[in-house]
Design a protein around this ligand. Structure first.
Ligand SMILES: Nc1nc2c(c(=O)[nH]1)N[C@H]1C(S)=C(S)[C@@H](COP(=O)(O)O)O[C@H]1N2
Ligand SMILES: [Mo]
Length: 525
């Protein structure tokens, strides 16, 4: 046996004790989090704190590379880091029991700091899961390291008492692992029960019919071509972008919305039934995320049902700045501490800004903001579309920077006119002859006037447009391409109803949305 192998063999029981202690910490902490708040669990808290502190470029990179799996990747990353540190502390405990146990408490402090520092944290109570978890882990590590077997020595040279020690160590490790698994399962069970209650509350919601139905879509607005995005995006296919590691599950029975702040002469608090008692409008609206890359998939259209936000603001006595109102920013707050700032002027300029309760004929899915979210046609989601809404404060852009604005994104961000090739797909192999090139183009609240396609940098060719739907929706287009053999680059650009043609200048999403022409390279044989 080489010295290296021997060192590893000696370290093994220590590393194992560390792992088991870490496992116990997480199980206990997550169970405690069920009692406190699911979001106060250390993995969620540390993950959330990491998200809060990640620079926009890195977040952008993560979204680009991992897509909607970015959060799973983050959580797995946290677990791997924890496991490595747990093993290291376990090995350290073989020599320095007290120091290693104190080190474990340090990790608890990090968890507690992360949990209480989240924007949605109600306070010190959120520290409890991390602290309790760390105390348990420190105790486990201290006790296991007390077995002579954990030092690694008896494995090499069984001494008199070592048989018992070894058995004691193995029984200890197995016992802690089994108990942690039981506690972990209990936590999962209880969590599922809470989720069930929220789901049950969602199931009780019946949405009244709209007082103003969505304008009927003209025939031919949805071309239904293979490979082309359908006009209406199904809820299960709708993109999801948010900072929530666990989807907030709000019990609609206890939900309330408060409207208050500068220039609010009649502060308002409404519950869900009171909100539904207002006139409801139903509208097709295309949402877009500022993080959407050119050609990306963070754009979708749904049929939304909701209350006019401007009407509620007028009820509260709010006047837009152009009519002398003192507040130019509407600050929306969610139950998970998100803040989203929207120009009051835009919300009250007559467009269909909504407090949405329904999405494609059902109550909002939990992932998309149940029970109520905001939507403002023409503005990127991060400055308009607050999910899990619970508070609206009238303030000024000078006085307050919303969540994303604190993180390098622009305070005001209208959606940029963009277009996308849906079919053919990048690097598709096609047969020579007529090929249908098709996609979508959007310029919410302006409308799409024209779409052009070109091949290999040649002349721009006018594409056919689908029948025009509402001004806040995207528009499908298609073009018949006489494809000849070879490798070709297809490019698309749109012109909106203000006469603006999409710039070819490539911009990254930060700070106010990507720009440039979408291009697709294909091979024709
Ligand atoms: N509470 C909350 N609301 C939020 C966000 C968030 O992170 N938290 N993200 C915003 C962003 S950036 C976008 S693009 C839209 C996405 O809405 P969707 O997930 O329903 O598509 O929600 C917005 N509302
Ligand atoms: Mo977004």
């Amino acid at each position: 046996m080489s010295t290296r192998q021997r060192t590893l063999l000696h370290a093994a029981p220590g590393a194992l004790s560390g792992l088991v202690a870490g496992y116990a910490a997480l199980a206990v902490a997550e169970l405690a989090a069920v009692a406190v708040r699911p979001e106060a669990g250390p993995v969620t808290a540390v993950g959330g704190a990491a998200i809060d502190r990640t620079p926009a470029v890195v977040k952008d990179w993560a979204i680009r590379n991992f897509g909607t799996d970015d959060k799973l990747v983050l959580q797995l990353g946290i677990l791997v880091v924890l496991a490595v540190f747990a093993m290291a502390l376990g090995v350290l405990a073989q020599r320095l029991r007290r120091v290693a146990s104190a080190g474990v408490l340090l990790f608890g402090a990090v968890g507690a700091w992360a949990a209480t520092g989240r924007p949605d944290s109600p306070g010190a109570l959120d520290a409890v899961p991390s602290v309790v978890g760390a105390l348990v882990a420190a105790a486990v590590l201290y006790l296991l390291a007390g077995c002579p077997a954990a030092s690694g020595r008896p494995w090499k040279a069984p001494s008199t008492a070592s048989g018992m020690d070894r058995r004691g160590f193995v029984v200890g490790v197995a016992g802690v692992a089994a108990a942690s698994t039981g506690i972990g399962f209990l936590g999962l069970r209880l969590n599922a029960a809470g989720t069930k209650q929220a789901a049950a509350s969602r199931a009780t919601v019946t949405l009244p019919p709209p007082d103003s139905a969505a304008p009927k879509l003209p025939r031919g607005a949805d071309l239904k071509l293979p490979g082309l995005s359908p006009f209406t995006t199904a809820n299960r296919d709708f993109y999801r972008v948010d900072t929530a590691l666990t989807v907030p599950r709000v019990d609609v029975g206890t939900w309330k919305l408060r409207i208050h702040g500068e220039g609010v002469t009649r502060p308002l608090t409404v519950d869900f039934q009171e909100l539904l008692a207002r006139p409801l409008i139903e509208r097709d609206i295309t949402m877009t995320c500022v993080s959407n890359e050119v050609g990306g998939s963070y754009v979708g259209t749904a049929r939304w049902l909701g209350v006019r936000l401007a009407q509620l603001l007028r009820e509260a006595g709010v006047r837009p700045p152009s009519k002398g109102g003192p507040a130019d920013q509407l600050l929306a707050r969610s139950v998970d501490g998100m803040t989203i700032g929207t120009p009051v002027e835009t919300v009250m300029d007559g467009r269909d800004a909504l407090l949405a309760v329904g999405m494609n004929g059902e109550p909002l899915p939990f992932e998309h903001g149940f029970p109520v979210r905001m939507l403002v046609p023409g503005l990127f989601g991060y400055v308009s579309a607050c999910k899990w809404l619970q508070d609206i404060e009238l303030t000024t852009f000078d006085a307050y920077d919303a969540y994303w604005v604190k993180r390098d994104w622009a305070a005001r961000a209208p959606i940029k006119t963009e277009s996308r090739i849906d079919t053919p797909k990048p690097f598709a192999s096609l047969t020579a002859g007529t090929v249908a090139v098709a996609g979508v183009a959007w310029a919410q609240h302006k409308g799409i006037d024209g779409v052009e396609v070109r091949v290999d940098g040649g002349d721009w060719q006018r594409a056919e447009l689908a029948a025009e739907g509402p001004v806040d929706t995207w528009r499908q287009w298609w073009w018949r391409w006489p494809a000849k053999s070879g490798t070709h680059t297809l490019e698309v650009r749109a012109t909106d109803r203000t006469g603006y043609t999409q710039t070819d200048k490539r911009a990254r999403p930060v700070p106010d949305g990507a720009s440039g022409w979408h291009s697709v390279v294909v091979t024709v044989t």
